[in-house]
Design a binder for this molecule. Structure first.
Ligand SMILES: NC(=O)c1ccc[n+]([C@@H]2O[C@H](COP(=O)([O-])OP(=O)(O)OC[C@H]3O[C@@H](n4cnc5c(N)ncnc54)[C@H](OP(=O)(O)O)[C@@H]3O)[C@@H](O)[C@H]2O)c1
Length: 309
């Protein structure tokens, strides 16, 4: 059976199963604009943006350049950590930069508040070099404000990113709107089986970020992934993206190369056997979390392999 092209959010809206990730720190001017325009002209209808990527005005220009009507595009953005006490302000900056008057999905980027200071507005550090984190900040207050902008109609769905089961359990005590999405690092080296089950039980759709293993796409060179790719006559990237979609998860591979943007939207059906092999790779000693910012270590993930201070 052909894999789904869309999933249904708990709001009833449809979300395309593959989106273009544009979380790129080191792009040349115009690169993101071209990538977004090219992707939309070539069949993508889902863009994964965020304020911290520093390129939302280019994303907005790319959307305009494409000529694709706004109503046909699913646009996600994310509330940055320093804006947690002022969701409306963070959202307005994103909307202004994108040149849009609503988002299809707005996510809390991390369940962490960073306190801006003279060192930086977005990535502040304390005088001793540690991150300026406010661990006492109540995430349910951020969510309350997310629910407000949702009710006002500026965002058509709200969700979270990088939330573990214990964090969702805590938020659940206060939420009146169930998050539509949890966007997390997800790939065969970090399959997060428990989180997957938990989100499914609450009707929260998972989105897989870094589906190829992030910069340089390192998971593509895994021999088991390569073997499945050879058997299907496709590239390992297609297998890694199809893995998610076949499991009911959105994938948002990043590329600024026209060739790779085109090929990354191809999704093929995988057998139960293929999925079992891919699901089992982490258990064979290959487990790896790639995105490990300093503020992430005590967020309740039972598979944190990054720094702990
Ligand atoms: N919520 C969060 O905290 C969070 C964190 C990280 C990422 N994200 C989102 O997830 C998106 C994807 O994650 P990611 O950027 O970390 O990693 P990724 O999509 O797993 O990998 C991107 C890397 O793979 C390369 N690549 C892409 N397609 C390829 C292909 N077909 N063959 C070979 N190489 C290929 C890209 O290079 P080229 O560009 O040169 O093709 C880039 O170096 C981000 O852009 C962002 O939107 C969210």
């Amino acid at each position: 059976m052909a894999p789904p092209t869309h999933f249904t959010l708990n709001t009833g809206a449809q979300i395309p199963a593959v989106g273009l990730g544009i979380g790129t720190w080191k792009s040349e001017p115009g690169e993101v604009r071209n990538a977004v325009a090219f992707a939309l002209k070539n069949g993508y209808r889902h863009i994964d943006a965020a304020l911290i990527y520093g390129n939302e005005s280019e994303v907005g220009q790319g959307i305009k350049d494409s000529g694709v009507p706004r109503s046909e595009i699913f646009v996600t953005s994310k509330l940055w950590n320093t804006h947690q006490p002022n969701v409306r302000g963070g959202l307005q900056k994103t909307l202004n930069d994108l040149g849009l008057d609503y988002l299809d999905l707005y996510l809390i980027h991390w369940p962490v508040r960073l306190v801006p200071n003279e060192s930086s507005e977005l990535l502040p550090v304390n005088p001793d070099g540690t991150r300026s984190i406010d661990r006492s900040w109540d995430q349910s207050e951020t969510w309350r404000q997310m629910e407000e902008v949702y009710r006002e109609g500026k965002v058509r769905a709200i969700g979270v990113a990088n939330w573990s089961v214990p964090y969702l359990e805590q938020l659940r005590k206060k939420w009146t709107v169930v998050p539509a999405v949890n966007q997390v690092e997800l790939h065969p080296f970090l399959p997060q089986h428990k989180l997957r089950e938990y989100c499914k039980s609450l009707g929260i759709l998972l989105e897989a970020y870094s589906p190829l293993g992030s910069t340089g796409a390192p998971i593509m060179s895994d021999p088991e992934v390569q073997k499945i790719a050879d058997a299907h006559g496709v590239s390992p990237a297609t297998i890694l993206i199809s893995y998610h979609v076949n499991k009911g998860v959105v994938a948002i591979p990043k590329s600024v190369s026209e060739k790779r943007i085109s090929s990354n939207k191809e999704v093929i059906p995988l057998s139960e056997k293929d999925l079992t092999v891919l699901d089992g790779l982490a258990g064979l000693g290959k487990a790896k979390r790639i995105n490990t910012p300093l503020w992430g270590f005590d967020l309740g993930f039972d598979d944190w392999y990054g720094p702990t201070k």
